[in-house]
Design a protein around this ligand. Structure first.
Ligand SMILES: NC(=O)c1ccc[n+]([C@@H]2O[C@H](COP(=O)([O-])OP(=O)(O)OC[C@H]3O[C@@H](n4cnc5c(N)ncnc54)[C@H](OP(=O)(O)O)[C@@H]3O)[C@@H](O)[C@H]2O)c1
Length: 261
């Protein structure tokens, strides 16, 4: 168990709340070492022993490491002095430099989890700018391992790119599932059956990918020259991969440009 005190600004939100719950359940921290804030200073999480405040500077003063789990549009009005501390920002589209200038933090970690923090299945790449102790670096890794897997990346720009990839969580599978169901309905399959079939592909069959290599599955099915091969080749010939590349490029461009207003 870590002895460092962790503060989560926005610790009652979707991401911040899931992280707060996970660090307590996984016993990374004791409840006495966890401080969370929101604007009202009220939330059921306080009943689990975490300290809940409405004053963000109070939170910073009580913490060694501070997570910013607020939305990017709320950052400009966030007035905190985190001199000498490590600030971990989950905000998409706000650079480490901007965060460091506004908070006076000694080190800024930019981390990009996704909505699967709720089920402890997030992938969280993170990047550190500034001076960080080895023990704090290890805490960052273990913190995000409480909600899935985590990897330190060497370039801040990877965070912007990955915001559009893993940061989107269930978005791409949701798009695929909806498209499969819609096309099946358009072809005359009853709605309930079309939706069950699409869900079985995206949610159930895809679990085989956890233990089988994706490229090998494709190669095997294409080599079989059957129904699946015909369907996959139609997608390949329609420039499926280029369209994915374009989607990631457009998303990353928004992250790089910045979301702060
Ligand atoms: N959701 C995702 O899938 C996802 C993925 C990757 C990255 N992110 C990033 O994660 C961040 C949080 O996203 P989210 O979906 O968890 O948002 P959210 O559910 O809206 O949570 C934001 C939290 O911040 C609190 N808050 C707002 N202003 C505050 C202030 N001045 N002081 C203290 N607390 C404040 C809100 O509570 P009150 O309104 O009660 O104050 C709320 O609990 C965003 O920056 C987003 O870019 C999200």
């Amino acid at each position: 168990m870590s002895n460092e005190a962790l503060g989560i600004i926005g610790g009652t939100g979707r991401l911040g709340g899931a992280i707060a719950r996970a660090v307590l359940v996984k016993a990374l921290l004791s409840a006495g070492n966890l401080v969370i804030s929101n604007r009202s200073g009220r939330h059921p999480l306080a009943q689990q022993g975490a300290y809940l405040v409405a004053d963000n500077q109070d939170l910073v003063d009580r913490s060694d490491v501070v997570i910013l789990a607020i939305r990017p549009e709320h950052f400009a009005s966030l007035n905190i002095d985190a001199t000498g501390k490590t600030v971990i920002s989950l905000m998409a589209g706000i650079s480490a430099k901007t965060t460091m200038v506004q908070t006076s933090a000694l080190a800024v970690v930019r981390a990009m989890p996704n909505a699967a923090v709720e089920i402890e299945q997030s992938f969280t790449p993170w990047h550190c700018s500034g001076e960080i102790e080895t023990t704090t670096r290890s805490l960052v890794q273990r913190l995000f391992e409480c909600v899935g897997t985590a990897v330190e990346v060497q370039e801040e720009d990877f965070i912007d790119y990955l915001s559009a990839l893993s940061g989107t969580g269930p978005a791409f599978p949701a798009l695929l599932m909806t498209a499969l169901a819609n096309q099946a309905m358009a072809a005359g399959i009853p709605s309930d059956i079309a939706q069950l079939a699409a869900k079985s592909v995206v949610v159930n069959s895809s679990q085989l990918l956890a233990r089988q290599d994706a490229q090998q599955i494709i190669d095997t099915l294409v080599a079989y020259r059957g129904v699946t091969a015909a369907a996959l080749q139609a997608m390949t010939h329609s420039h499926f991969e280029e369209q994915i590349g374009r989607a990631l490029y457009e998303g990353a461009a928004v992250a790089r440009k910045g979301l702060q207003t």
